[in-house]
Design a binder for this molecule. Structure first.
Ligand code: CP
Length: 319
């Protein structure tokens, strides 16, 4: 996967994962997003930056947050947006992924936003698409979800400023989570003070410690004195076999309640990429409580996606 994402000057061409990105890339994405936050608060939420560009949402897996915020972000940049719906497309008649791709490419589009259940699908499309077309990974299998991780980093930066002094806990189904994988990668690139991962052994991979994290199997110990808690969704659709005794037991052991939250720092923020399973991953009183920044994550998703799309399609020499 080396260097597919950047050109010889280090500008973003695709955004698939964090493999060949640097600290400076992440800071540039967040600084660019900062300039778009103001636009999202105006009465006319539009700038002409991507006028004349065509962006195609290729979502082969369900989505609420990612699909809608990518569409809104593209429209706020004045791009033309096409939403491809696999369920009502010729893929149902057996058309292959590559034939679908080349068919849409023939309509002179500039960017594909790809969500797919298979790990590596966005990378595969980036390798096979026309050289003038860029690809953003909107979540592939259990591999990566880089714009989600970026909006999470952006949300943390708004509340906490200095990553090197932070203790961040990621809780739950790390094994199946593309979000957790991307968050850990981004937190490491941003030189985060401490990254803790809290999960039952059945929901962690064997090589988790090689990612530079501290592993806990007890929630109360793991969230003690942390600045940020990121709860993960139980990815039931990706679980094979009995990895959990029951949802009720999972909640007793790993569910975040108001009482458990008191163990973290008094100004802790609570995050969740969504969708939330209330009463399984966390109590509603926490999800909707004063420490929760879950809906801010959604809002910042628009600015982050505007930043990534504009950085790819209008690199500095053409701005
Ligand atoms: N966080 C996230 O990817 O949510 P959606 O599946 O709703 O896009």
């Amino acid at each position: 996967m080396t260097m597919l994402q950047t050109d010889s000057q280090g500008h973003l061409r695709h955004f698939l994962n964090f493999d060949d990105l640097s600290y400076q890339h992440l800071i540039s994405i967040m600084d660019t997003a900062e300039s778009f936050v103001g636009i999202t608060k105006r009465s006319i939420k539009k700038v002409p930056l991507l006028r004349g560009h065509t962006i195609v949402n290729l979502f082969f897996e369900p989505s609420t947050r990612t699909l809608t915020t990518f569409e809104l972000a593209a429209k706020r940049l004045s791009a033309d947006v096409l939403n491809f719906h696999p369920k009502t497309s010729a893929t149902k008649k057996g058309e292959s992924l590559l034939d679908t791709l080349h068919t849409i490419e023939a309509m002179q589009c500039d960017m594909f936003i790809v969500r797919h259940a298979d790990s590596g699908a966005a990378h595969f499309i980036a390798q096979h698409t026309h050289p003038d077309v860029s690809v953003i990974n909107a979540g592939d299998g259990s591999h990566a979800h880089p714009t989600q991780a970026m909006l999470d980093m952006f949300t943390i930066r708004h509340h906490k400023t200095d990553f090197t002094k932070l203790s961040v806990a990621i809780v739950g189904d790390v094994l199946h989570s593309r979000v957790a994988r991307s968050q850990i990668h981004a937190l490491n690139l941003l030189q985060t003070g401490e990254i803790r991962v809290i999960a039952p052994k059945t929901l962690l991979s064997n090589h988790i410690k090689t990612l530079g994290v501290e592993v806990y199997h007890n929630l109360e110990q793991g969230i003690k004195d942390v600045d940020v808690i990121i709860m993960l969704r139980l990815q039931k659709e990706r679980m094979q076999g009995a990895l959990l005794p029951s949802e009720n037991e999972y909640f007793q052991l790993y569910g975040l309640t108001a009482n458990k939250l008191k163990l973290a720092k008094p100004d802790v923020i609570v995050m969740h990429p969504g969708p939330i399973n209330r009463g399984v991953e966390m109590d509603s009183i926490v999800a909707d409580g004063p420490h929760s920044v879950i809906l801010q994550q959604v809002s910042y998703g628009i600015a982050i996606r505007m930043a990534v799309m504009s950085m790819i399609l209008t690199p500095p020499q053409s701005q």
